[in-house]
Design a protein around this ligand. Structure first.
Ligand code: ADP
Ligand code: MG
Length: 336
């Protein structure tokens, strides 16, 4: 059996089963955007790490050194935002091919530190190695959060509203344009910029973490389709999604029309939007959304609702619309 036969999630589950750990009281381990360790009576320290590998996560001749420095930190900060925490420190390990120019690495760090400064994150260490063939980057970020503000993926409740706080599909559309070598225009440049310079939702995550009515939260990294499945499965719930409500930018709409893409497929299947996906108690949605709108000038867009696990998906017209996309997609989409 190959790893590719079972997929990343099942592989992680397998490790957890083969080598079960009894964690000391109060520690939150594998399974969420961040792990959390009690710091004192009231606070958790949180930890997350993400790796970027040349030709798997980026193409060196497409992304600038500045953008890659920014993105390496941004994807980690996004996981900190996902649990509502405030970032504090970062560690950077990097495997560099020996012919990498010093000027390139200077630019990389310019991008890294510009974002680090914005979110008060201090680079405290790391490791540097020679890599024979490809550039490999691993970042670890730590943060801090009040224990009763910490948001996880497994606490969505039946009837909660499912919301996102940003457009879906821009980054994935940008990636498609890069991979298919589509001739650039203004809209395509916009999408590629979204792909290369994602903005971690740190302030938004910290703000939302203060509301009890936000019942679960994660970031959209693998694609809305598979990330929705995680929040729902981890919470042992079902869902209905209204595809017509997915927030879609005019740029991805126009590029999808131009290139004959199924817009829902782009929005659900391609990843790296790095917006927040959250569930909100329906009685508190209006209050939370109003406060959020006032603070950030944008809405928490309702895209569906949480149902019981055994909800009959065929009884709902919205779900059928979703299922139509399921049939045209592949991999994780069939599992819905
Ligand atoms: P995210 O997309 O939020 O970064 P992942 O899908 O990468 O999360 O990982 C899901 C969970 O599995 C996380 O809690 C992560 O820490 C854990 N995980 C991933 N890879 C490993 C590994 N090699 N060893 C231990 N835990 C892992
Ligand atoms: Mg995440």
């Amino acid at each position: 059996m190959k790893i590719s036969d079972i997929g990343e999630f099942n592989w992680i589950e397998r490790i957890k089963k083969l080598y079960p750990q009894v964690l000391p009281d109060g520690i939150r381990g594998i399974g969420d955007d961040c792990a959390a360790v009690p710091w004192d009576k009231d606070y958790y320290k949180v930890f997350t790490t993400d790796m970027l590998i040349e030709n798997t996560h980026f193409l060196l001749n497409e992304i600038s050194a500045y953008e890659l420095g920014h993105k390496s930190l941004a994807v980690n900060l996004s996981d900190i935002a996902a649990c509502g925490a405030k970032p504090e420190t970062a560690f950077l390990s990097i495997g560099l091919p020996p012919d990498t120019s010093v000027a390139w690495t200077d630019e990389f760090f310019k991008g890294f530190f510009s974002l680090a400064k914005k979110y008060n994150t201090f680079l405290l260490g790391g490791d540097s190695c020679k890599s024979q063939d490809s550039l490999i980057i691993n970042v670890l970020v730590t943060g801090i959060i009040k224990k009763d503000h910490y948001k996880s993926r497994d606490t969505a409740k039946t009837a909660d509203l499912i919301c996102v706080n940003g457009n879906l599909g821009d980054s994935g559309g940008g990636l498609r344009c890069i991979l298919n070598k589509i001739e650039r225009n203004k809209d395509i440049e916009f999408l590629i910029k979204k792909h290369h310079l994602p903005e971690p939702q740190i302030n938004e995550g910290m703000f939302l973490s203060e509301f009890k009515g936000v019942t679960a939260m994660m970031d959209v990294s693998d694609g809305l389709g598979s990330d929705l499945k995680r929040i729902i499965d981890d919470s042992a719930k079902g869902m209905i999604i209204d595809l017509e409500n997915l927030p879609i930018s005019k740029e991805i709409k126009s590029v999808s029309e131009q290139l004959n893409w199924n817009i829902f497929e782009v929005a659900l299947k391609e990843g790296e939007d790095y917006c927040l996906l959250l569930t909100i108690n329906p009685d508190e949605y209006e209050m939370i959304n109003n406060a959020y709108l006032k603070k950030f000038g944008k809405k928490l867009v309702v895209i569906g609702k949480v149902t019981d696990k055994d909800f009959d998906k065929n009884s709902d017209p919205v779900y059928r619309l979703y299922a139509k996309v399921v049939d045209t997609g592949k991999d994780a989409f069939r599992q819905f």
